[in-house]
Design a protein around this ligand. Structure first.
Ligand code: FDA
Length: 582
């Protein structure tokens, strides 16, 4: 049988997951074709919070600076404000996304990259340009209509939406990065675990100059909670798209009562009520409806097919994990496909994609839903109840400011409810500490270090096999680099130290034996990379003469605490195990 297109990897979808996959596969020299239904990248803001781990992936891809250039920086993300309207007195505030003084150091110490706010319609063109620069073959207006697989490959039919012409595709693997209504998942029998339609929301993208109300308390999210509103996340959440003139106004609605009125008149009225200043001009750019889901694919891989991004996990935007998890899925899978296709690894390496990422997906969808539920105590503390009249709601709110023990108790209750929001807005452990246990990691038999702080709120760096490589600043030729910069780039890296010279010979021998590239990076006084502050020595958890083997996705594959008698034999054993090489 002849096919119109033959390729090694067919990527379906060019959202954050598909574009990242396309860029990474291109960077690793894989022959891949990416098809996407729409004529261009995202046409509206949607996801926006971009966390440190995702920025680290972009850093490895060489596009971190380009993303930062179009993003709102971390310094302008911090103030999470609750009020009845922008013009009204504030009810509560939490410093978020690591920007408050209590958390800033944690975030600074953890990563070379800062979190930023970059709406999806602004991020995707940067990702697209990066992918194309790396040579990715992206085909827009090309919809996957049929896909099936057999033992040797995947067969697909794609339809060009402008001409209606169809083409057949044969690929060795397919990656379904085709979003929440994934055709790949549906046609290839991926079962989803969870529930759909747990809530319904409307996004209104608009222009309104709110500089007077926001520049002095810069932030990403402003929660407007008005009395008489039945919905516990408030009357409208304002999401900053462009400081301080472009926004998404998000509000929940009850689908049982029908779809909300999205006429300009109705949404301008809602916007005006939550701004609280009749003089602010409002221009509506677009509206859309979306659902809250809580689902994760039971399997991330079936045979030659993989799911990544929303195709695999669908959850509310709380914690801002949608796009982030999608990019990180791609980072986990791309190098494995590249190595298997090159013959550097056995097929079993691909099994580790499910084993490593499905538990992350599970955790992310559960965390996001819990964070939504955890907002209920805020409205309870405000004294709001479903079905309450605006007058009763206002009375309850007034009580919050009343002197005396009852008011004081209400204020304490509100403070507790606001503190709980750290699990949504300062969940550094959730953002950074994805830890893997699979065949692509060789455990060294030591226990994972016990966390000394809340593992969801705080990052715990460790070189335990399966962990993300800890960040520490090192120096070469007067240039400051992160330990993460020494790893990645599609290859294995061996980090060594003083007295670890024999590791270089060992790596050379093993690389030649296995036909792989292994980059050796010695760190320490007098080594190629200096550790001026001793931060790496403090974090590496192995001796000077030990070694840490890092995978192309910057997770630790294996480590040696000291120099063994035969470092080449140990290193080769580790790599053969991780790469499923006989
Ligand atoms: P995404 O849905 O972005 O992309 C899917 C891609 O697949 C598209 O390129 C599409 O063209 C393509 N495609 C689909 N079917 C195809 C087919 N049959 N053939 C070819 N191509 C096909 N998240 C968050 O973290 N914070 C937030 O505030 C929000 N807000 C938000 C609002 C709205 C309205 C939505 C719809 C979603 C969000 N999200 C969000 C979720 C976030 O947008 C989401 O997690 C990411 O876009 C997921 O990226 P993916 O690349 O997986 O899918």
């Amino acid at each position: 049988m002849t096919y119109d297109i033959t390729t090694d990897v067919l990527v379906v979808g060019a959202g954050p997951a598909g574009l990242s996959m396309a860029a990474l596969l291109a960077a690793y020299g894989v022959d891949a074709v990416t098809v996407t239904k729409y004529a261009g990248t995202a046409h509206s803001p949607r996801a926006h919070i971009t966390n440190q781990r995702t920025m680290e992936v972009f850093r490895d891809l060489g596009i971190e600076d380009a993303v930062r250039e179009v993003a709102t920086p971390n310094e302008l993300m911090g103030n999470n404000v609750w009020a009845t309207s922008f013009a009204d007195p504030e009810i509560a505030r939490l410093l978020t996304w690591g920007s408050g003084p209590e958390r800033r150091t944690d975030y600074d110490l953890a990563s070379p990259s800062a979190m930023c706010n970059v709406p999806q319609h602004i991020l995707e063109p940067v990702l697209r340009a990066g992918a194309e620069r790396l040579g990715a073959d992206l085909r827009f207006s090309t919809e996957l209509v049929e896909v099936s697989q057999d033992e040797d490959g995947v067969t697909a039919v794609v339809r060009h939406r402008e001409s209606g012409r169809t083409e057949t595709v044969r690929a060795k693997y397919v990656v379904g990065a085709d979003g929440g209504r994934s055709t790949v998942a549906e046609q290839l029998g991926f079962a989803m675990d969870g529930e759909m339609g747990l809530g319904a929301a409307a996004n209104v993208w608009l222009e309104a100059d709110l500089t007077d109300y926001t520049a002095y308390r810069p932030g990403t999210l402003y929660w407007m909670c008005q009395p008489g509103n039945d919905y516990w996340v408030g009357s409208g959440t304002w999401i900053c798209v462009k400081p301080w003139t472009e926004w998404v106004l998000l509000f929940m609605y009850d689908p049982a009562e029908g779809e909300p009125d999205l006429s300009d008149e109705a949404v301008v009225a809602r916007a005006r009520a939550t701004i609280g200043d009749p003089d602010v001009d409002i221009r509506i750019k677009a509206t859309s409806l979306w659902q809250i889901n809580h689902m994760v694919a039971e399997r991330y891989r079936i045979g030659r097919a993989f799911l990544a991004g929303d195709a695999a996990h669908r959850h509310p935007p709380a914690n801002g994990l949608g796009t982030n998890t999608s990019v990180q899925d791609a980072y986990n899978l791309a190098w494995k496909l590249a190595m298997v296709l090159r013959g550097d690894a056995g097929e079993e390496l691909l099994a580790s994609y499910h084993d490593e990422r499905q538990p992350v997906g599970r955790q992310v969808v559960d965390r996001a839903l819990k964070s939504v539920q955890d907002m209920l105590p805020i409205s309870k503390a405000l004294g709001f109840e479903p079905g309450q009249s605006a007058e009763d709601g206002q009375r309850a709110l007034d009580g919050l400011r009343a002197p005396g023990p009852v008011g004081e108790q209400r204020r304490a209750q509100l403070a507790d409810a606001v503190r709980l929001q750290n699990y949504q807005f300062n969940a550094h452990g959730v953002e950074l500490d994805q830890r893997y246990a699979s065949g692509a990691v060789l455990d060294d038999g030591t226990p994972w270090p016990a966390p000394d702080r809340d593992p969801e709120l705080y990052h715990h760096p460790t070189t335990h096999p399966g962990a993300r490589l800890p960040h520490a600043w090192v120096e070469k030729d007067r240039v400051r680099l992160s330990t993460l910069d020494l790893a990645g780039h599609g290859e294995f890296t061996l980090l060594t130290g003083i007295g670890g010279e024999p590791w270089a010979d060992a790596a050379g021998k093993v690389a030649a034996d296995l036909g792989l590239r292994i980059s050796v990076k010695p760190i320490g006084a007098g080594c190629e990379y200096a550790d001026p502050t001793g931060d790496w020595a403090a974090r590496r958890e192995v001796g000077d003469a030990g070694a840490v083997l890092v995978r192309p996705d910057q997770h630790v594959a294996w480590r040696a605490h000291d120099l063994p008698d035969d470092p080449a034999a140990d290193l080769e054993r580790a790599l053969r195990s991780v790469l499923d090489r006989p």
